[in-house]
Design a binder for this molecule. Structure first.
Ligand code: TXA
Ligand code: MG
Length: 319
């Protein structure tokens, strides 16, 4: 059985021994292990039930710790790193041999990130290796934003969950490939596209998944709740429907015609940061209510709203 606690030295000790430990980050909880060990990486894939073609992000204490793991950091990458790290940004760079092939699923590029969560910063500071860490959810399900979310699904498979409280961003990191002349956003996340473009100029954005996505987080059915999830709007007509079996994940206002206790508001004041922070926990809560269907609608498509809408669209692809 797993233990949930705030003991940083316990986490460091287990990680040093090659164990897999759940760690808090500012984005979502991660399932972490020694990122220089093929054996530990294999164990992470196994616990997460994740296909080996879906590579993992390496987490470092700072930019200088990354140097020997990448061939170089192009100008665009350096600008983004200097302005946005530590924080919810992941850069894709050319890897060196120090990165096990299993971590990148055989790709010559590695995803790297410097997180800001204070407990994780302490853990990374005490280790002499980076941490490979995918989100700590079973493959295909919603990412966890609390220690309890991790315990609910993976608790019987890991010795320790480091509890850093609810994640302050609540969406995964934004992934940017900076190996080409023009930066390319592969996954929308906690850093807005607007703030990236302010630093490096116009970027390409990978909007839709393909059969061979360059970031498999782009697979369409990612982040899906188990309950049918449908995007519509508040004017939806529910005549003849048993509304007790209907859940609504609303943005600012309750929807008419559905009991309020079946609804969750993401942000009454319309704050996209608050909505991002609440989104995954709200989806999980809705998913556990036994509803026949959950309705939701898109939020304003700007700033963090673009990443939120991306998650909502993916969640709605389970029908
Ligand atoms: O915020 C985050 O990024 C969280 C926290 C724990 O850091 N991590 C996270 O990891 O979301 P994960 O594994 O759930 O999603 C990372 C995505 C995957 O979809 C993966 O395909 C993509 O990053 N990725 C990782 N390495 C890559 C690579 N070498 N090339 C292309 N995509 C890569
Ligand atoms: Mg994930």
């Amino acid at each position: 059985m797993t233990r949930i606690g705030t003991d940083i030295s316990q986490a460091v000790e287990l990680l040093t021994e090659g164990e897999v430990v759940a760690i808090p980050t500012e984005t979502v909880y991660g399932l972490a292990g020694n990122g220089t060990s093929t054996e530990t990486a294999a164990r992470i894939f196994e616990i997460k039930n994740r296909p080996r073609f879906d590579p993992m992000i390496l987490h470092f204490r700072d930019l200088s710790a990354i140097q020997s793991f990448v061939i170089d950091i192009p100008d665009n990458g350096r600008k983004l790193a200097e302005a946005l790290w530590p924080g919810p940004l992941t850069l894709l760079l050319e890897k060196t041999k120090k990165v096990p092939d299993l971590v990148t699923s055989g790709s010559p590029k590695v995803a790297v990130r410097v997180p800001s969560h204070p407990m994780l910063v302490q853990v990374l500071g005490a280790l002499d290796f980076p941490l490979a860490a995918p989100s700590a959810n079973p493959f295909g399900y919603i990412s966890p934003t609390t220690a309890q979310h991790v315990a609910d699904q993976l608790g019987d498979q890991i010795p320790y969950i480091l509890d850093g409280g609810p994640c302050t961003i609540g969406l995964e990191s934004t992934i940017v490939d900076v190996t080409g002349s023009k930066a390319k956003v592969l996954r929308k996340g906690g850093v807005t596209i607007e703030s990236i473009e302010e630093l490096v100029g116009p970027v390409d954005v990978e909007e839709r998944s393909t059969s061979r996505p360059s970031a498999p987080g782009m697979l369409q059915s990612h982040y899906a709740p188990k309950t049918k999830f449908k995007l519509t709007d508040r004017s939806l007509k529910l005549e003849g429907v048993n509304v007790d079996k209907v859940g609504v994940l609303a943005f600012q206002e309750y929807w008419p015609g559905v009991p309020r206790e079946n609804q969750i508001l993401l942000s009454e004041s319309g704050d996209l940061y608050e909505a991002a922070r609440s989104l995954f926990a709200a989806m999980r809560e809705m998913d556990n209510q036994g509803f026949e269907i959950i309705y939701s609608s898109l939020v304003p498509d700007k700033g963090l709203g673009r990443a939120i809408n991306d998650k909502l669209r993916r969640a709605s692809m389970n029908v």
